[in-house]
Design a protein around this ligand. Structure first.
Ligand code: GDP
Length: 468
């Protein structure tokens, strides 16, 4: 009968999920970082190189010849967008190569490995399957965790004082200060304030400020235009009568916390086993001391989100589960000749140490690295005005092929990161210059060899090597 059929199917379904859990372990790898940190490029390079394992010598299971097969599979979460791996790879390696569309929301991709166990075990058991679920999400959304501890009044005060230090905030600040939150609520006014606030956030991001929360204002996903995103910080009026502007703003802020931020953490964050946090450290150095200082603060905030016990609500949700490994990686290392990669890694290590101190972090295994998800340059040593310079050569957007020497990173990261540097007049000896290269033309990707990268294999080994 249909009833017993249904029961049999349920039991079968349960058995299937039990057997998957027992015999086919799943590792959920979170990939995050602020906008333009390099998440999309990183995942695309990572997946392409894992599928074609020619360029992954530092993955131990690969070096030992234990990885028999790697393939893409339908992901388990049916309502999450799939990471558009094929589209992004085609953009990078097609006839008119270009950088792919950046991350705007959460997406997922499942990669499965068939691996032979190590040593004597391999004689006893056959190969096993391990699934790697890669979850890509904006770092901006992670920073929203800090909002959960704040009331609307606290948050408003904090944001308005931050705005006072950023020229991009002047227009919104003047409007917000002139607003009387005690007046009756009018939708048009809320929309105008939210639009002006969003415009400020956009300007702040353009200017390179790292903290541009609330995260959904710039990356709204499918929430654009909803009341949960139609609020803005306002000074608290002396009196807040029922139905006033300030109270409705407060209600929406609380709605954003409860209906946008919390569900994100519940659905995605709470299930992550391993995490990589990408940061455009070179870009921040290029923009100057303030941008670098801002990035350092954000790194501590990001790490703080992974600190066990930091937020009561999240702790209850996680129920003791924690992220086991966190890798902080400086991206776009192909802008530097390899003779400077050590210096970039040292800066990332120093920033991680500092972030751990600031966030009082302990618990997970952490690591720092510099890498490139997709190597767009080749190295070249040129002599300019009698000086021998270690350069990188690449193609600019306009088609010219140029050699770039970005300047020299200090060997001692303290030279960049010590408090004395902040506000210092001279920022490195020469202005640390940067060019944006386009992906190279006619890239010869041989079968069995993914596109060129820098240290993606080391990143894989750190993040999931123990599970392969
Ligand atoms: P997302 O916003 O974190 O997804 O950032 P993307 O992955 O889209 O990268 C943003 C931009 O940074 C790209 O469009 C490239 O211009 C640049 N970029 C990212 N990764 C690399 C890399 O490995 N090498 C180089 N040269 N540029 C990169």
């Amino acid at each position: 009968s249909s009833i017993t059929d249904g029961i049999a199917r349920t039991i079968e379904g349960a058995a299937a999920s039990v057997s998957e859990a027992l015999f086919e372990p799943v590792v959920r790898l979170g990939v995050t970082g602020l906008s333009r940190a390099g998440k999309t490029v990183f995942i695309t390079g990572l997946v392409a190189n894992l599928l074609d394992r020619g360029r992954m010598p530092q993955v131990q299971a690969q070096a030992a010849g234990r990885i028999e097969a790697v393939w893409l599979q339908p992901q388990p979460d049916l309502t999450l967008p799939r990471f558009d791996y094929e589209g992004h790879l085609a953009a990078l390696t097609g006839d008119a190569p270009r950088w792919p569309e950046s991350t705007r929301a959460v997406s997922e991709l499942r990669l499965s490995f068939r691996v032979r166990p190590e040593g004597w075990l391999s004689g006893l058991t056959g190969p096993r399957v391990v699934h790697l679920d890669i979850v890509d999400y904006p770092g901006e959304w992670l920073l929203d965790l800090a909002l959960l501890d704040k009331t609307y009044a606290d948050w408003s005060e904090e944001v308005l004082s931050r705005l006072a230090k950023r020229p991009e905030g002047a227009a919104f600040l003047a409007t917000a200060r002139a607003e009387d939150g005690a007046l009756p609520f009018v939708e048009g006014k809320a929309q105008a304030l939210a639009a002006l606030f969003t415009a400020y956030l956009g300007g702040a991001r353009q200017a390179g400020w790292a903290d541009c929360t609330p995260g959904r204002f710039l990356l709204p996903g499918d929430l654009a235009g909803s009341p949960a995103l139609t609020f803005a910080p306002l000074p608290k009026p002396g009196d807040t009568p029922r139905g006033c502007l300030w109270r409705e703003m407060e209600r929406r802020f609380e709605g954003y916390k409860a209906q946008v931020v919390q569900p994100f953490f519940r659905a995605h964050f709470a299930r992550i086993d391993r995490q990589v946090v990408l940061a455009d450290v070179l870009g921040a150095i290029h923009r100057g001391p303030q941008a670098l200082e801002d990035l350092r603060r954000v790194m501590a905030d990001v790490l703080g989100a992974f600190r066990p016990g930091r937020n009561g609500w999240l702790t209850a949700l996680l129920g003791g589960k924690r992220v086991e490994r966190i890798l902080f990686a400086a991206t776009k290392a192909d802008h530097l000749h390899h003779s400077q990669h050590g210096a970039l890694t040292a800066i990332m290590e120093a920033m991680l140490r500092e972030a751990k101190d600031r966030a009082e972090f302990a618990g997970a295994l952490t690591g720092a690295m510099s890498l490139a998800g997709f190597r767009a340059t080749v190295e070249e040593t040129v002599t300019r005005e009698g000086r021998v310079l270690d350069c990188v050569t690449g193609r600019l957007e306009d088609g010219r092929v140029v050699a770039m020497y970005p300047g020299r990173l200090p060997d001692d990261p303290a030279r960049l990161l010590s408090p004395a540097r902040q506000g210092a007049e001279r920022w490195l000896e020469a202005e640390f210059g940067m060019m944006s290269f386009a992906p190279p033309l006619r890239m010869a990707v041989r079968p069995g060899e993914g596109p060129p990268h820098i240290r993606l294999d080391r990143a894989v080994e750190f993040l999931i090597g123990d599970r392969l």
